[in-house]
Design a protein around this ligand. Structure first.
Ligand code: M6R
Length: 600
């Protein structure tokens, strides 16, 4: 989704801005732009459709680096993908320049009411915002007041991260945020503003978080923050625990492959964090477990891959902790809240911690006074900050749009959390150590999945993943992974449902992948594999050792059956990766998608 970077006081602005934009690329975008200025008021606005590298080429050719600037990657919401619609947007008199993440719901009304005599060059809500700032400035307001006035007029579900430059005071950045993340990077020489800390780690690791309703004025040598009441406040910076190398691909051709390979290490890191040397649980805290034990029902709320991880987690909470658990898609729950139990407890699962649909639910839940815990990979994110409790997923930066290691981390952390509430009946720590070894063994066997993907999927337009029980949950995740990056229309299915309609889609050579790791239903699933094979499907079975048969495409090593989703998912990630490569597509940046989905 859209990304923001800005700098002032750091010396040459352009290199930091371009590097920042490049680090934001993984989030997904379709155009980019940069505005550069210096103390004398010299300036340059450059915008391009497509890749940041194209923008960089053009910007560098001007030979003007600026001493302050703002930049943006845009993921179109209002208006098509055009240079005119790219940010920064500017006021008609070239005084104000603005980048914006989020959506202004009442922008048409504002345009009609206040700006009917202004010529617009774009179709964006952002241009309305910047023209409105100019409108109030022309009425005689100081810039910060005009900025605040514009913000006060945004209605409904409007969300924003704003970064504004006034050419009458060119090295000052005006910043504001609501529902859309923004951080201020503090360095020995100057400041950065960014929607994603990872974009600015080459400048600093120290960041101040802005909260909803904050307005900040950032000058080359000072930072002033006003809270939602307009009070001048001091917020201490936090230090980002991230190694710049973690955000590099190293020798890998794509982030996705690196992240798939990292899963064994992630499993070990999580165990290292949540268990002490004697195998005792640590780092969860009684405040969380006491509240969860008081609950009569758990509600797991998430989107996409995180939702699929929740479907697996449900089993641990019900089977080990003995607490009934429901799993909900956040975009549905937000506007159609189901009937709740008397004492609900909410668990938000999120890689980014910024997913707008999940944030909407958390907002609603808090208003109703229910306790909430967020499990997120990005700590200091909105979902971790705004929930009562937060636990880290510890997967390390996940850059590829297709989520892999965050899924694994979500399943493991849920298992550990559930085991802190009730007995799994086996040594979870020891079993997770085994899981890490076996994940490694599967990822070492990559070539097998490359061959399978090339053989089964290179020319296909549709595919299926089927399973029963926990394997059905993994089938949903496997299908999402394959379709989102390879564009092969893939359905994940509870195998028993096939005969109730979907089996009519099976044609000659339709690839049907079966995940088979649950003993109780293995026989039934074999039957379903036979049914689709009899109708011409090309069946590819990934089965665990205890239930594998000759002819299966891959035999998964065995760990405790309830942890098998952690192993069964790995081949499906690799199949998705290699199928996408075989089709000549960009694995890390699938079309139309964004890493962090910050719009509803
Ligand atoms: O950051 P989140 O975990 O909240 O994101 C949720 C989904 O947008 C995300 O899992 C998405 O489905 C992935 N691209 C799937 O690979």
């Amino acid at each position: 989704m859209c990304g923001i970077v800005g700098v002032t006081g750091v010396g040459d602005a352009l290199p930091y801005l371009l590097q920042g934009l490049q680090k934001l690329e993984y989030r997904g975008y379709d155009s980019a732009g940069v505005f550069l200025t210096d103390a004398s008021g010299k300036n340059e606005l450059i915008k391009e459709k497509g890749r940041v590298s194209k923008l960089a080429e053009k910007a560098e050719a001007y030979g003007f680096n600026g001493t302050a600037g703002i930049a943006h990657t845009r993921w179109a919401t209002h208006g098509n993908v055009t240079v005119e619609n790219a940010h920064p947007q500017k006021s008609a008199n070239n005084r104000f320049f603005l980048v914006h993440n989020g959506v202004i719901e009442n922008y048409k009304e504002l345009k009609d009411t206040y700006l009917s005599n202004v010529d617009f060059v774009s179709e964006t809500d952002t241009e309305v915002a910047v023209q409105l700032v100019n409108h109030f400035a022309e009425e005689g307001m100081a810039t910060v007041d005009a900025f605040r006035k514009m913000i006060s007029m945004l209605e409904g579900n409007s969300a924003y991260g704003f970064l504004l430059v006034d050419e009458n005071d060119p090295e000052t950045l005006y910043v504001a945020k609501k529902k859309s993340p923004l951080l201020i990077g503090v360095s020995d020489h100057g400041y950065a503003v960014t929607s994603d800390a990872a974009a600015m780690i080459d400048l600093t690791k120290d960041f101040v978080e802005l909260r909803d309703g904050d307005v900040a004025i950032v000058k080359p040598d000072s930072l002033t923050i006003f809270d939602e009441n307009g009070d001048d406040i001091v917020r201490e910076p936090f230090t980002l625990e991230i190694d710049p190398e973690d955000t590099d691909k190293g020798a890998y051709p794509y982030y996705m492959l690196k992240e798939v390979d990292e899963q064994a290490v992630v499993a070990r890191n999580i165990a290292g964090h949540y268990y002490d040397e004697d195998g005792n649980l640590q780092g969860i805290g009684c405040a969380i477990t006491d509240k969860m034990k008081e609950a009569d029902r758990l509600y797991i709320v998430a989107a996409g891959t995180s939702y699929h991880a929740g479907l697996v987690g449900k089993r641990y909470f019900e089977q080990w902790a003995k607490i009934p658990t429901e799993v909900h898609i956040s975009s549905e729950f937000a506007y159609d809240q189901p009937m709740l139990s008397e004492k609900p407890f909410f668990i938000f699962l999120s890689q980014s911690g910024e997913t707008a649909d999940s944030r909407e639910v958390l907002d609603n839940v808090k208003k109703q006074g229910y306790p909430a815990l967020t499990l997120a990979n990005v700590m200091n994110s909105t979902l971790t900050r705004e929930a009562d409790f937060a636990l880290p997923l510890l997967a390390g930066p996940e850059i590829a749009v297709a989520s892999t290691k965050a899924y694994t981390a979500q399943v493991i952390v849920q298992a550990i959390l559930a085991s802190s509430l009730g007995n799994p009946g086996f040594d979870l720590k020891a079993e997770l150590a085994k899981v890490a070894v076996e994940i490694q063994a599967i990822t070492d066997d990559k070539e097998k999945f490359k061959a399978i993907a090339e053989d089964a999927l290179a020319d296909q337009h549709s595919a299926f993943y089927i399973g029963r029980g926990l394997d059905a949950a993994v089938a949903l995740e496997a299908a999402l992974k394959l379709k989102e990056i390879s564009y092969i229309q893939t359905e994940g299915f509870a195998a028993g449902e096939l005969k109730h309609g979907t089996i009519s889609l099976i044609e000659d050579k339709t690839p049907v992948f079966a995940l088979l790791t649950q003993k109780k239903t293995a026989g039934l699933l074999r039957g379903e594999v036979a049914q689709v094979a009899a109708r011409g499907a090309k069946t590819i079975v990934f089965a665990s050792k205890g239930v594998a048969k000759e002819g299966d495409a891959f035999v998964l090593p065995e760990v405790n059956e309830l942890l098998m989703p952690l192993l069964a998912v790995i081949p499906t990630q690799l199949v998705a990766y290699y199928a996408t490569l075989a089709r000549g597509l960009d694995v890390d940046r699938p079309r139309n998608l964004a890493k962090s989905v910050t719009v509803q």
